[in-house]
Design a protein around this ligand. Sequence first.
Ligand SMILES: [Zn+2]
Length: 113
Amino acid sequence: MMNKAKITRKLQHEREVVRDMIALYCRNNHGTKELCDKCRELAGYADQRTLKCPFMAEKSFCSQCKVHCYKPEMRERIRQVMRYSGPRMIFHHPIAALRHLYYTQIEKLNSNK
Ligand SMILES: [Zn+2]
């Protein structure tokens, strides 16, 4: 079991990464400087799910979670974002640990079809 400070840090990190991924996806796919309405909606939704997650202490990332708390439409959208932005995020956050995380995430997403 992780202590509270660690969980909070992880939570913050997850929120930042998800936001970054959505921003990257939106910029390159919707050609907007700021998030478009749909992506903003998705970012807000993802943020809420992350904050409300009761498994934050145990799981690594939402996309690897066994409990799929995203409703189907949002889940499909976040999946597209991650498939697109996941591999590209490595260039934005070139940290070995993250790289590993993203790869497992992508693998998991692709095997979850
Ligand atoms: Zn967008």
